[in-house]
Design a protein around this ligand. Sequence first.
Ligand code: KIV
Ligand code: NA
Length: 274
Amino acid sequence: MKSLTPPDIQAMKGGEPIVCLTAYTTPIARLMDEHCELVLVGDSLGVVVHGLPSTVGVTMDMMLMHARAVRRGLTRPLMVVDLPFGAYEAGPQQAFESAARLMTEGEAGAVKLEGGAVQAETIRFLTERGIPVMAHIGLLPQAINTVGGYKVQGRGDAAEKLLDDAKAVAEAGAFSVVLEKVTASIAETVTETIDIPTIGIGASPRCDGQILVTDDMLGLFEDFKPKFVKRYGDWAVAGREAISSYASDVRARRFPGPEHLFGDRAPASKTAKN
Ligand code: KIV
Ligand code: NA
């Protein structure tokens, strides 16, 4: 099946909502292959997979390894890979080198970076040289050390700045933009104003699409739950129950059972596995 391209995603502006999720591994990517238009290998993997306190410690090597794993699980969705902290902020040249690695070694269909007007020059530099860029404005988790908290963005006077950032990234050539943890009203204004799809996370149902961190929505990552997350599963609960049953079985010598054992004589049939 042909993968969706950035222009395909851009063409969905104003139409059916664009379904997006994050993925970090092959088996989880496979689960969303037929349901999502866009799968993001997000640097959130630092927190939900590697146990880091924030996304600031995520490296290019981590992004490349997970990108290749996710690639093997996808056929139809566009795979977007996050540029990690430190790999693009120095300027367009550095961003191009990192983004090109995500495209070649990581087989990304597009890259994502955090920042509005301040990244416009870089977004233009990349898109003019064949690298499709998804922008990300509003709450910027990579900026946690200067911002000091994961606060709602775009309230009061900050609304105008957010709209300017959205216009700047669209004008610079981004094919879509993530709006993270912003007021519903500014998300709607941005969506109506710019001509590229807005993908909301903690934004508004009127965005052109939605994204969540998959480990959050599956209830696999339990350390904290942002208000904007809806839990569609209880995977951590199910996992703990399964592991607890296994532990009881091992301690009671109930596992392995007769069906898991190998006899002394080879089986009669060539196809038998026991
Ligand atoms: O890293 C990530 O998962 C993200 C999404 C939350 C948009 O950037
Ligand atoms: Na991210």
